[in-house]
Design a protein around this ligand. Structure first.
Ligand code: NAP
Length: 271
């Protein structure tokens, strides 16, 4: 059976590491032509050494902050492969520190990469997709953006904006055969954690399978792992949100195991 990605053309920004790398490899395994993008020459060379065995892989160093470079990335893809079916705007950086320690320069870097990077990708790919009358843009946000997450203000602000723009564009382009998906992962075991991988983080290969299954179904929003869907559902209750905030240093998994959570459940029954 021909899979959804066989013979298709994809660009994956942040494809040289973590989630983007795993998505790139899985797309290649499924028969897609993939342009694997990183910002640094070294990361691109490293990805090339590992994924170069796939004949349909191409590699390019592109800083997503630079619109001219992103336009060239899309133009190169069209020149070499004739089209672009999927653009994964996945490149991103994270931040976790008290707000008063965040400078305006930190804000600028976060917005430039996590938000302008996505806008640049969307603006460069949309004219091509409109001409083709088809395409799918997948933007990576985070579950952290779906409820207040102390110490991650800069990150959450940008990832929230990514959800907002993806949601608007989903409805605006649905009738034009151009699809938008926003991916909201929980913890995934990648170098973004700088060696401090949280317990229970999803392995990257599993994350790639979940993401591609959702993309194949053209889901508007992909949230994983399932535990996070449960957390989001519970967050509709302000009492649970308070509990999450009180335990903001605690992983959601542990919140569910805490005595406070048992009290919350008992309180829910009484209400
Ligand atoms: N891991 C998680 O738990 C998690 C959870 C929620 C959301 N996310 C999101 O998922 C995405 C991927 O994260 P990850 O965990 O896989 O991170 P990662 O392993 O650190 O990979 C980040 C990727 O982004 C690229 N990148 C960074 N700045 C760039 C720039 N200015 N231009 C182009 N590429 C750039 C990096 O390439 P270079 O090294 O060459 O710059 C690298 O390929 C991010 O948007 C992140 O916010 C991750």
């Amino acid at each position: 059976m021909k899979g959804a990605f066989e013979g298709k053309v994809a660009i994956v920004t942040g494809g040289t590491s973590g989630i983007g790398y795993a998505v790139s490899e899985e797309l290649l395994k499924r028969g897609a032509t993939v342009r694997v993008i990183g910002s640094r020459k070294e990361s691109v060379e490293k990805a090339k050494a590992a994924l170069g065995k796939y004949k349909k892989a191409a590699f390019e160093a592109v800083d997503v902050r630079d619109y001219a470079a992103v336009e060239k990335m899309v133009a190169d893809c069209v020149a070499e492969s004739g089209r672009i079916d999927y653009l994964f705007n996945n490149a991103g950086i994270s931040q976790k520190n008290p707000y008063e320690k965040s400078t305006l320069a930190d804000w600028k870097e976060m917005i430039d990469i996590n938000l302008w990077g996505v806008i640049h990708g969307v603006n460069a790919a949309l004219p091509v997709m409109q001409k083709q009358k088809s395409g799918h843009i997948i933007n990576t946000s985070s579950v952290a953006a779906l409820y207040g997450t102390p110490y991650q203000t800069l990150y959450v602000a940008t990832k929230n904006a990514v959800i907002g723009l993806s949601d608007c564009l989903y409805y605006e382009y649905l009738q034009k055969n151009i699809f938008f998906t926003v991916v909201c992962p929980g913890d995934v075991a990648t170098p973004i954690f700088k060696g401090q991988i949280p317990e229970g983080a999803v392995p990257v290969e599993e994350a790639a399978q979940i993401i591609l299954t959702g993309v194949e179904k053209r889901e508007r929003m992909i949230v994983f792992p399932d535990l996070m869907k449960e957390v989001l559902e519970k967050c509709k209750d302000p009492v649970f949100r308070d509990l999450m905030h009180k335990n903001s240093e605690m992983e959601s998994r542990l919140v569910f195991a805490s005595p406070e959570y048992q009290e919350f459940l008992a309180g829910q029954k009484r209400r």
